[in-house]
Design a protein around this ligand. Structure first.
Ligand code: IMP
Ligand code: MG
Length: 179
């Protein structure tokens, strides 16, 4: 762990995440009880671990697709302008769709993605975010299901990165700068 000007303090354990996913899946199963097949849309790249655990816990027929959106330009500040870098492979018109996001922060990404997908006329569009930082919100948006509400801390792990590092941590940790 040398060469990094920060350390990662554990915030949410792998066990806590697994327990929360179990509870959320029972609610999602109830919501989509009548579905023939649910399209689970993961927002790349941060949701890849979450979506993997989520679909394995869900007792429903699912299809998995991915969308990559970027709200950051070359600067460190969010540009507030969301670009679609990779679109879905499949159509969602008339389908049951669940959007899976890692974190809702300012809200720009989720709001844009939900608007875009809604315009494609799905039968039912729902969303889930593993983490939510409500104190950071700049545009009104809320996922139908949230794993954990967290304070305004920069977090990594369980798919979530800091400059492309730490995605492989099995837990959620908060970044503490040391210099
Ligand atoms: P929003 O458009 O500001 O809501 O941005 C949400 C996106 O910003 C998330 O999908 C993450 O990719 C990124 N993000 C927000 N907070 C964090 C964090 O604490 N750690 C790592 N990425 C974050
Ligand atoms: Mg993201």
């Amino acid at each position: 762990m040398t060469g990094r000007p920060y350390v990662v303090d554990r915030m949410i354990s792998a066990k806590q995440i697994a327990a929360r996913i179990e509870a959320l899946c029972r609610e999602i199963e109830t919501e989509f009880a009548e579905t023939d097949k649910l399209v689970v849309v993961g927002l790349l790249r941060g949701s890849f671990v979450f979506i993997a655990d989520l679909v394995r816990e869900l007792d429903l027929d699912v299809e998995v697709d991915f969308l990559e959106a970027s709200s950051y330009g070359d600067a460190t500040e969010s540009s507030r302008e969301v670009r679609i870098l990779k679109d879905l492979r499949g159509g969602i018109e008339g389908r049951d769709v669940l959007v899976v996001e890692d974190i809702i922060d300012t809200g720009f990404t989720m709001k844009h993605v939900l608007g875009l997908l809604k315009a494609r006329k799905p039968k039912r569009l729902r969303s889930i975010a593993l983490l939510d930082k409500p104190s950071r919100r700049e545009v009104a948006v809320k996922a139908d299901w949230t794993g954990f509400e967290i304070p305004d801390e920069f977090v990594v792990g369980y798919g979530i990165d800091y400059a492309q590092r730490n995605r492989n941590l099995p837990y959620i940790g908060k970044v503490r700068f040391t210099e």
